[in-house]
Design a protein around this ligand. Structure first.
Ligand code: FMN
Length: 327
């Protein structure tokens, strides 16, 4: 059993959080599996209209009997959808990727007024400090090893820097963590827990095509790349982020030719949607982190939580104390 103060704050047993991955990367069954295992499941609501937010949260409230979270990407400014989420909020509202000039406090205050705790994911120290000053309850320090949209700092230096900068607020580590070794390392850095994306994509409950899960298992972790290609293709401008994806056929076709992709954006977006429908792993965008190289199977999400906790407990309880005695 690994218990840190953030477990009490979030009313969970294990200090492990499912990243609120949007665009069909999280679902009620995945959130339920993670939360029922004693961690914190998170549904990605970014991009959903208000009605879909209401329906999604209603399903979650009906099927998840433990605390769960919901995630918004602030730069999308989904005010109606956010208001809809506040009607019947989850235990935690998590946010990420605000525009630099976008005030955070109004979102956090409304979440608090609705009875939710506030989590904010930051890719840099200044962004973490900004969220702490705006009243966040938990900061996630996200390193660039992770899948999806990330900043420029690696997890290993970023996490302790953020911990020092926002103390005494609890900090979770994210980016490149997929097993109990990562959890133990995060705790050693002073984090109170971890947030994972890629590891939970390769689980039986994850709502992505089986071929995409297989690509994560087959990846040795060396085949990802940071680029702006996914955002140019979707016509979105993320504030301060690059996207980490598999370096597959689609990415290889456009690397260094972003100018041409911009020109053919509409057509490329259509091809991407079709490739996703066809579960074509070489021609769709596959967001995953370098920790794909640590992932070798597709277990139920609850087993991921259990294994991580057991492995981290063994490291902290046996291996590290032994190292100390020998030293
Ligand atoms: C497919 C995918 C989609 C993501 N979507 C979101 C999102 O909508 N909101 C968010 O806060 N983070 C999102 N993330 C980032 C995760 O929350 C998390 O920071 C990241 O996955 C951690 O690195 P890891 O993949 O190595 O575990 C996404 C990540 C992935 C892989």
């Amino acid at each position: 059993m690994i218990h840190t103060p953030v477990c009490d704050l979030l009313q969970i047993e294990h200090p492990i959080v499912l990243g609120g991955m949007a665009a069909g990367h999280t679902s009620a069954p995945l959130v339920a599996a993670v939360s029922h295992a004693g961690a914190l499941g998170t549904i990605g609501l970014a991009g959903l209209p208000a009605d879909a937010v209401r329906a999604t949260l209603a399903t979650l409230h009906d099927t998840v009997h433990k605390p769960f979270a919901a995630n918004f990407l602030l730069f999308l400014a989904q005010d109606e959808s956010f208001t809809a989420a506040l009607e019947h909020p989850p235990a935690v509202l998590s946010f990420a990727w605000a525009r630099p000039q976008q005030a955070l406090a109004p979102y956090f205050e409304r979440a608090h007024a609705a009875g939710a705790k506030v989590m904010y994911m930051a890719p840099s120290v200044p962004e973490a400090v900004r969220a702490a000053k705006a009243g966040a309850d938990v900061i996630v320090a996200q390193g660039s090893e992770g899948g999806g949209h990330v900043g420029w700092m690696g997890t290993l230096p970023l996490v302790p820097m953020v911990i020092d900068a926002v103390a005494p607020l609890p900090v979770l580590a994210a980016g490149g963590i997929a097993d109990g070794r990562g959890l133990a390392a995060a705790l050693a850095l002073g984090a109170q827990g971890v947030l994972l994306g890629t590891r939970f994509l390769a689980t039986s409950e994850a709502p992505i095509p089986e071929r995409f899960k297989a690509a994560i298992v087959q990846s040795d972790g060396h085949d990802t790349v940071l680029s702006e290609i996914p955002d140019v293709a979707s016509g979105l401008v993320w504030p301060g982020a690059m996207a980490r994806t598999a370096r597959n056929g689609f990415i290889a076709r456009w690397a260094g030719r972003e100018w041409a992709l911009r020109e053919q954006q509409a057509q490329a977006a259509k091809q991407l949607a079709q490739a996703r429908k066809d579960a074509d792993a070489d021609n769709a965008i596959l967001y995953y982190g370098q920790d794909a190289g640590l992932i070798a199977d597709i277990p139920p999400a609850g087993q991921v939580v259990q294994r991580m906790v057991e492995q981290a407990a063994a490291i902290l309880g046996r291996r590290l104390p032994e190292a100390l005695r020998q030293g």
